[in-house]
Design a protein around this ligand. Structure first.
Ligand code: IMP
Ligand code: MG
Length: 181
């Protein structure tokens, strides 16, 4: 079965919103340096676009976690696949995530990063599906709240595909008409 994609947020909408968030972050962190932590792989595109627009100095590190489970739902069991290269003690850390769904991945990640004594620890996400929250997480910056639909593009994948789409689209498993290829 071939999947199709309905555009939810255009490239222009996403870019414009990232510029707004970057401005807000730059104001909030005025006079400081931000240590951005990208949650691989989904947040790569978002973090690059964000970093380019933040006007205070930034450093970056990358972390990879995986939740055991099937393709479209997170199981709640999270393991670190790749840890950070550098310590975060004393740094103003901003976690950059692609999407918060149940919140399990992030609540786990925030727990372990908090134990490493950063000066501050905040969270920025491109997308949030608030309806689906199971584990409570405080989200400091959200680009878009979206409905409970499976989305791809701008870094987000389905079975490792579609990360390269420059927009965010809803993945349709063949059940809808009126589709954009
Ligand atoms: P959570 O632990 O349930 O919050 O799941 C977060 C992770 O699940 C995200 O970082 C994504 O990797 C994945 N995920 C959740 N919803 C979607 C979606 O709609 N599209 C693609 N990946 C998703
Ligand atoms: Mg992710």
């Amino acid at each position: 079965m071939k999947e199709k994609i309905r555009i939810l947020l255009s490239e222009q909408e996403v870019d414009q919103r990232i510029a707004e968030i970057a401005k807000q972050i730059s104001e909030d962190y005025a006079g400081k340096e931000i240590h951005l932590i990208c949650v691989l792989k989904g947040a790569v595109f978002f973090m690059c676009e964000l970093a380019k627009r933040i006007t205070v100095p930034v450093t970056m590190d990358f972390m990879s976690v995986s939740s055991y489970g099937n393709d479209t739902k997170s199981s709640g069991v999270v393991k670190i696949v790749k840890d950070l290269d550098e310590p975060i003690e004393g740094k103003d850390v901003l976690i950059v995530e692609d999407i918060i769904d149940s919140g399990r991945t992030l609540s786990y990640l925030i727990d372990i990063l908090d134990k490493r004594n950063p000066a501050s620890l905040r969270l920025c996400t491109l997308l949030d599906k608030p309806e689906r929250r199971i584990a409570q997480v405080v989200v400091d910056y959200t680009a878009f709240n979206i409905p409970d639909e499976f989305v791809v593009g701008y870094g987000l994948d389905y079975a490792q595909k579609y990360r390269d789409l420059p927009f965010i689209g809803v993945l349709l498993f063949g059940e809808e008409d009126n589709l954009k290829e």
